[in-house]
Design a protein around this ligand. Sequence first.
Ligand code: BTN
Length: 328
Amino acid sequence: MSISIKERIISRLQAAKGDPISGQALAEELEISRTMVWKYLKGLGEEGYEIEAIKKKGYILKQMPDTLASERISLHLETKELGKNIIYYPVCDSTQTIATNKAREGVAHGTLVVSEEQTAGRGRLDRSWESSAGKGIWMSLILRPNISPQFAAQFTLVAAVAIARAIEDTTTCVPSIKWPNDLLINGKKVTGILTELQSDMDRVQAIIIGMGINVNQTSESFEGPLESIATSLKLETGEHVDRALLAAKVLFYLEKYSDMYITLGFEPIKLIWESYNCTIGNRIRATTLRDTIEGLAIGITNDGALQLQLDNGEIKGIYSADIDLLKI
Ligand code: BTN
């Protein structure tokens, strides 16, 4: 997908780092009229870009709006394929539901559905996901890897390490991963991942990775039952985080680690996952659809299952469960 004139104007003004760029220069570079340049700049102003006009010198980009609009993410994007098609909503029911439908309609590998706010955000195990406006990153990525369905579950761990790495790059926090893919900071959840599959018997059609990252929420956002279990990057660091930059970094690492998984297998991903993990080595309670079991988490297998050693010594592989870390 080619970059738009709007994106090129933003990128040009940003590259000037506070030096004025004349309307004439922009018109020549973009091969449009000065009137068109002026119209685009007016439109950007209406979208929240603060652009100062300095007489006889040109335009300076003072501030960009705090949104996840596609041109804000694209500006930071360093991927080959992921996020080249971004579908943006100021508000929607659930990016996951929309991405699921778009995947069935055949949208391209790497398409991203992102929203400022979700009115019916979905979590794992049919829970709801709190997705208030303008503070978090609520996005669903459609991947179409050429793999058989038995290798799809590992993508959920690929996504967890990609987000952990992106957060580590963008902030002063190093999150830990609670199996399979909850990201925690100081024991509270900062990110949840919901991975869903569309598949034939022998080939994956699409993997839809839904990511909810708590970024700039303040404590008022987590009142009630969420107070003791949820946190945001801003609450942990005291710093406002550029959501568009973080979203672009997540896509960068997701591309890097999914390419790594497809070419080298799960082993290198498992090593990175283990470096962030806070589950292995702990006594845990696993609540599955059928029962609740306790034991020592001793590792993960090459298909991403958690190995739990029960008190009678028996080792069980767990593929899907809610995990509580128990204090010994
Ligand atoms: C979890 O339960 O931990 C998973 C939460 C996943 C939430 C994200 S937000 C973006 C995407 N859209 C949804 O409705 N859910 C996922």
